[in-house]
Design a protein around this ligand. Structure first.
Ligand SMILES: NC(=O)c1ccc[n+]([C@@H]2O[C@H](COP(=O)([O-])OP(=O)(O)OC[C@H]3O[C@@H](n4cnc5c(N)ncnc54)[C@H](O)[C@@H]3O)[C@@H](O)[C@H]2O)c1
Length: 350
């Protein structure tokens, strides 16, 4: 098993993926600046390891820092060894992710997401490490597609955040064209939700959450008065937007499967894969299911449509199902119960 560098490894998806990688026998170095995560995540991971009878302390090296700090990155590649193994691959989560915020602060998004990625790829190249899984997003698909959308769908992100993801994908493609030793998989995630079933790690948004599930959880726990549902006359089955929710543990497993494919696949050195369930769930269905499963009440009211929203975003996930040794295993019931379990156990986050 190899030693992987995980950028942004204490964030929401990163922490679940680190757990998955550690449980599968990988060793990991993590770099995170904590700009959007808690210093307590590492302790939670170590604690979870004990519940699985594993000592993760011996398997994790942690570096607090920014991926734009090339000197730090270079020293991590040169010096971070676990059981004498150097870093063989990277899973790259570090970046900002709020679509709405990216309209107001485009420089912040381009600087962090693009410059951070350029620094990372440059230092990887210098250190002869050219295997990478990149966190891309369904936001890259534009309105003119019909959904479910395959990886061949039209990409033209409608917001600065999505533009940064597209730009990084293009850069990665250029790298593989310039040097065939690069092996790259860009995973376009749809809507990750839920938490580890123990409630020890989960999503801990800073400030007011932007995404549906964290808002539902905070309404259920009384932190937020009511949920605003953006629009009730969309061209969908019940007039609310359809999204493709994927359990964060299924997403974490997709990373493990992608790392395995990176080593096995001798054909394509640049792959893009949609990671979703392939099922469209409306906002009202998500609210109703959450109430039913968790026996709680979610107050909501309809407000105007939100700028930039699309009525339907659903993945055609056939390519991932056929190439990865992976499939999503957790349904909406599980997403609702795990999200609420995390919220109940950690009403104020970590
Ligand atoms: N959560 C989603 O809905 C979603 C959907 C599609 C794609 N993604 C992408 O997946 C990745 C992970 O998302 P997440 O939900 O776990 O986000 P997150 O904010 O919880 O995690 C990102 C982590 O990166 C760290 N970070 C940010 N910039 C950094 C930098 N310059 N140097 C070092 N660390 C830095 C943050 O502190 C945080 O721990 C992001 O790239 C995001 O764009 C997320």
């Amino acid at each position: 098993m190899s030693h992987i560098l995980v950028t942004g490894g204490t964030g929401y998806i990163g922490s679940h993926t680190c757990l998955q990688m550690l449980l599968s026998g990988f060793e990991i170095s993590i770099i995170d600046s904590y700009v959007n995560s808690s210093t307590k995540v590492l302790d939670s991971l170590i604690k979870l390891g004990k519940e699985y009878n594993k000592d993760f302390l011996e398997k994790i090296n942690f570096f607090k820092g920014d991926i734009r700090d090339e000197l730090l990155l270079d020293s991590i590649f040169k010096k971070s060894r676990i059981n004498s193994k150097p870093i063989s691959s990277v899973i790259h989560f570090a970046g900002f992710k709020a679509v709405g915020e990216s309209f107001n602060y485009p420089l912040k998004y381009w600087q962090n997401n693009l410059n951070g990625s350029i620094s990372l790829f440059k230092v990887m190249n210098q250190n002869n490490c050219r295997n990478i899984i990149f966190s891309s997003s369904a936001t890259v698909y534009c309105q003119t597609n019909s959904f479910p959308v395959s990886e061949e769908g039209i990409v033209a992100a409608s917001n600065p955040y999505g533009q940064t993801k597209l730009a990084i994908e293009k850069l990665l493609r250029d790298l593989t064209n310039s040097d065939e030793r690069w092996r790259i998989i860009a995973l376009r995630y749809f809507n990750p939700v839920g938490a580890h079933p123990s409630g020890t790690i989960g999503e801990d948004p800073v400030g007011i959450p932007n995404n549906l599930f964290p808002i539902i959880c905070q309404v259920a726990s009384g932190r937020i008065d009511r949920l605003k549902v953006f629009g009730k006359n969309w061209p969908t089955k019940d007039g609310t937007c359809l999204r493709d929710y994927i359990h964060v543990m299924d997403l974490a497993e997709a990373h493990k499967a992608s790392i395995e494919l990176l080593f096995d696949n001798t054909q394509d050195n640049f792959l893009v894969l949609n990671i979703g369930n392939g099922i469209g769930i409306s906002v009202l269905e998500a609210i109703n299911k959450f109430q039913e499963i968790n026996k709680c009440n979610i107050s909501y009211s309809f407000v105007e449509r939100r700028n930039g929203d699309l009525p339907i975003i659903i993945a055609d996930n056939k390519k991932a199902l056929s190439l990865l040794n992976w499939k999503p295993n957790r349904d909406l019931n599980q997403m609702c119960s795990d999200a609420w379990n995390w919220q109940k156990k950690n009403p104020n986050g970590y």
